[in-house]
Design a protein around this ligand. Structure first.
Ligand SMILES: [Mg+2]
Length: 167
């Protein structure tokens, strides 16, 4: 039983844990051979339910592009127009209804980015979707602490379980 739990934990463990997207060392990632980034939207780039892109987020995306990274947005959101709007604003390819952690969103992202899994990083705030999915496909996984406080019970519970996995 212990071995089984350890295996699950390993699949859920991010390669890197950071407080937010502004605390990622992209020069170091580049040195590791990462040249493409898959970005989650909700609670990673912007707080859940927010539609406005702040100048800070915009600048962050522009800087990554200038550094030579290829980027795309992969969201599980059921609001395709919202995702499209954010993608258009940031001038990034995007997909909604990604069904992360299933592999489709990740494989489609790699295609959009024209990149291999081992040269790509996923940045997201959910262990069971962003991190697990990336780990299963062999994409470098970066976990950011979520931007908003959870009030919806299933997500509160999930955050609790995430805490157990991460400690
Ligand atoms: Mg998210």
């Amino acid at each position: 039983m212990k071995e089984y739990w350890e295996k699950i934990k390993k699949l859920l463990r991010p390669n890197l844990v950071v407080s937010d997207i502004y605390n990622i060392d992209f020069a170091k990632l580049k040195n590791q051979g990462i040249r493409a980034l898959i970005l989650d939207i909700d609670d990673t780039l912007i707080p859940r339910g927010v539609n406005e892109i702040s100048p800070r987020v915009f600048e962050w995306v522009v800087e990554r592009k200038e550094e030579g990274f290829k980027l795309c947005l992969a969201s599980n959101s059921r609001h395709p127009m919202r995702v499209k709007y954010i993608g258009k604003t940031l001038e990034l390819p995007s997909m909604s209804l990604g069904f992360k952690p299933l592999p489709f969103a990740f494989l489609k992202s790699l295609k959009l980015l024209d990149a291999e899994a081992n040269e790509t990083a996923m940045i997201g705030d959910q262990l069971f979707m962003d991190i697990l999915g990336a780990n299963l496909v062999g994409i470098y996984s970066i976990f950011v602490k979520h931007l908003s406080k959870e009030t919806f019970f299933p997500r509160v519970l999930m955050r609790q379980v995430e805490g157990w996995v991460l400690d």
